[in-house]
Design a protein around this ligand. Sequence first.
Ligand code: UT7
Length: 329
Amino acid sequence: MKRPIAMFAGTGHAVPRRALTNDEFAAMGIETSDEWIRERTGIRQRYIAGDGETLTSLVTEASRQAMADAGVHAGELDAIILGTVSPDRLMPATAVEVQAALGASRAVAFDLGAACSGWLYSAQVAEGLLATGQYETVLVIGGEVLSRIVNWKDRNTCVLFGDGAGATIVRRSTKGRGILSAYMRSDGNLADLLHRPKGGGCFPMNDAVLAEGSHYIQMSGREVFKHAVRSMADASDRALDGAKLSGTDIDLMIPHQANIRIIEATAKHANIPMEKVFVNVDRFGNTSAASIPIALDEARRQGRIVDGSTVLFAAFGAGFTWGSMVVRF
Ligand code: UT7
């Protein structure tokens, strides 16, 4: 089928009330420093969910904004796809709780677990749903409350992640706007480099798991870093090739916000100057599946994306999963 099929008709985002700065880790007894975190990652602060704030509440707020932006009401939603690896409950999917909160009674709702690539995968699944002709309006969200699955004693991970949600409305393309090219990949051979080793079906939660903290996220940072740089560079090439464009044709690049050094390396490879790269990792940290849709919403609201803008997206995450898209707005 010929692209574009699907376009982004509205965006929104939500984060918890509380911002946690780098300096606050020392007071929590964690051996780290603002200087180390800023230099190695570019992160200055991240938002952390407090009492009463859940994945469902953040995603619902972001979704309401996106629906208002697109002029879509809940009864019009045909599907809700939530990219997340930090659901409120292991069963059922958080997407159905969001469906209930929104009153989107007609929609089919499900979660999609692709870690930091979750929104990018979900957008491509939504495009596929639209291509069947059976779906018109899909709510595509990336949302995470990673603060509840990181080990707050592990400085290798706890300084990196943040909570938040970004929502988008995907509808049938008009006037040549929408997804011009898209790419997805995964490699399960590398699953152990970034994972939650226990607490699932293979090693059910018990006192020993709790005591050793093996239900929390564990990451081999340096290895993940290398793969992220390589895979996001390759994914950017694929999406550009698919759209028959080069880096110089891109008005804005929105990469997954994990680490400023990964972002810079990816942009350099794609021949896109940093002035054309959207960066908010300094304020949000790594929000996994939420990072790209939060950045997309900020970029639109700041006027960095206007009608006709051509935007390159690239993501990489646990799995490993990675992918990319070129979108004309
Ligand atoms: O979202 C998609 C998946 N995630 C990513 O893309 C993240 C990819 N990885 C990274 O961004 C980087 O690897 C990190 C930011 C996680 C780490 O940066 P790095 O430059 O690769 O550092 P490293 O892991 O090689 O550690 C360097 C040193 C180590 O000390 P020694 O062994 O050299 O004495 C660490 O123990 O830094 C130490 N270190 C810290 N020091 C202060 C690790 N974490 C911290 C910390 N504060 N928070």
